[in-house]
Design a protein around this ligand. Structure first.
Ligand code: V47
Length: 372
């Protein structure tokens, strides 16, 4: 039975969602301005179940951050450090390869690799890192480097996006994570991440990656100085590129964590905003298959509830996480496979272990007992 929406102004949007029509910019703003979270969530859940039925996806992955040295000093970030900072670190190639093996078992299907913009590490060094990982862990998918890192490699190597991406792909990069997108609008970018690629450049690198056959994710950092229009603008730009390339697999809305950043005075997002953001992402991004509620960022509790508000993915086991924990996140850094499955089941969903590109992973019990 259809619920009666408390906010009657959402009825025209409900009709569009039911008829599978695309929502407009103004619809997006109206969704943000409505206090009727249950109505927004009901519509998002309709779309989510249409696409994915009762399934919620998760994976068994490991994060690797080879360096936190970064030439950009983005106000939003607590992870990047100056090279001279005594707390900064840069792993040697052997350390990266060795670290990848900590907690490694047949169970790990993905290494998620991102780092700071290091002024001395060369594109050849990164290619060598990928080759070494592939050699040692041939069955693990390498999801590596944000569009921002690619932009920096281009600047340093004086090569085009196509050339940089081709070299990395040939060295073993299988796909790319979605970070560094922040908020595309220049007005916001100038303040929160002045030294990064522009929004247009981010989209251009993503387009080139997709043209080369590389899939990627995409993100939006919300809950800082942006307004509702900036969020809708960001989502519609991603949707437009996806119409052209079809290369985005998953969208991950990332709530800003203020601690230890230059914007520490900004309060953290609320549960209401986090859940609403998941739902609106599902409704606006009608051409991106998956919406991930990243449990590290949202907390496992909110990520679980999000499974009934438009999300169909909860991310993975991670093992160790730096970017959010440097910014004050107090969530665990490591959820075991069984715990992820329990969260999903308790939300009334069917857990499906996937690889990076959402092929189901079949397991025998013994294959993951060694996972730490
Ligand atoms: O690019 C940095 C954001 C991103 C902060 O593709 C911050 O599957 C909040 O992109 N508060 C990295 N956010 C994380 C990321 C990601 C995470 C999980 C899965 C995937 C995927 C991608 O985190 C950065 C930036 O946008 N970030 N600092 C902060 N203080």
């Amino acid at each position: 039975m259809k619920p009666v929406f408390q906010d009657r102004r959402l009825e025209p949007i409900r009709r569009k969602v039911e008829a599978q029509e695309r929502l407009s910019f103004d619809d997006g703003v109206a969704l943000y301005r409505s206090p009727d979270l249950l109505a927004v969530g009901w519509m998002a859940n309709l779309v989510r179940e249409r696409l994915h039925g009762n399934r919620t996806y998760f994976n068994v992955n490991r994060h690797l951050n080879p360096t936190d040295v970064c030439v950009a000093s983005c106000k939003l970030c607590a992870f990047g450090k100056r090279a001279r900072d005594p707390k900064a670190y840069t792993m040697s190639l052997e350390e990266v390869w060795e670290k990848a093996g900590h907690g490694y078992s047949e169970a790990v299907t993905e290494f998620h690799i991102v780092g700071g913009l290091h002024p001395e590490l060369t594109l050849d060094w990164y290619c060598e890192m990928l080759r070494g990982l592939k050699q040692r862990y041939p069955q693990v998918h390498l999801k590596a480097f944000t569009m921002v890192e690619i932009g920096y490699f281009m600047q340093r190597s004086k090569l085009s996006a196509r050339e940089v991406l081709t070299r990395l792909r040939d060295a073993g990069m299988d796909s790319m994570p979605g970070g560094g997108a922040e908020i595309f609008h220049d007005r916001i970018r100038r303040i929160i991440c002045d030294h990064k690629l522009t929004g247009e450049q981010w989209l251009e690198v993503a387009k080139t990656a997709h043209e080369l056959g590389l899939h990627s994710n995409c993100t939006m950092l919300y809950g800082h100085i942006e307004n509702e229009e900036d969020r809708v603008d960001h989502l519609t730009k991603l949707r437009k590129l996806q119409d052209q390339t079809g290369g985005f697999v998953t969208f991950i809305p990332l709530a800003f964590h203020p601690d230890h950043t230059a914007m520490h005075h900004i309060p953290s997002t609320t549960g209401f905003d986090d859940i609403r953001q998941i739902a609106i992402s599902r409704l606006m991004l009608d051409n991106i298959p998956h919406i991930k509620a990243y449990w590290v960022m949202m907390t496992p509790r909110i990520a679980q509830i999000a499974q009934r508000f438009g999300s169909d993915d909860i991310d993975g086991t991670l093992v160790e996480e730096r970017i959010y924990h440097d910014a004050g996140a107090t969530t665990s850094q490591n959820l075991r496979r069984g715990e992820l499955m329990r969260l999903i089941r308790e939300a009334g969903r069917e857990p499906v272990e996937r690889d990076t590109l959402y092929h189901p992973v079949e397991r025998t019990e013994s294959a993951f007992t060694v996972l730490v």
